[in-house]
Design a protein around this ligand. Sequence first.
Ligand SMILES: [Zn+2]
Length: 120
Amino acid sequence: MSATFSCLVDRLNKLIRARLCRQITAHLVANRQPVTASDLSAALGVPLHAVRRALRGMVRSGHIAVEHGQTPEARAYRPVEIGLCEWCGLLDHHLVAGECPACAATVPDAARPAHARSVC
Ligand SMILES: [Zn+2]
C-alpha cells in the first residue's frame, strides 16, 4: 500500500469517525434518558464495535458521560452539555442530565430535575 493511499484511508476513517460522533451526540441530546451502546447501534444502523470505539473516545475527551450498570452491556451514556444547572442555576460547561458536577455529587439520592422534566 502506498503512503498516499494510506494517508487517504486514515483521513477517510477520521471523517467517518467524526460523523459517527456527531450522530451519537445528536441522538443522546434528542433522548433525555441514558442510552446504551447497543441501543445506539440499532438506532443509528452502525455496527456495535464502531459505536463502542467512538463512545470510548468521546468519554475520554469529555463529550459524553457514562452511567455504569450492573453489567458492561448495561453501561449507558449521556451528553455533557453547556447550560444552567437545574439545581443551583449556575452556568456550567459540564452538565450531565441538567446537573453540574458539584450538585450531582451532593444530591445523589434526590429526585432528579432532568428526570422529572422528561416525564412532563
Ligand atoms: Zn449545580
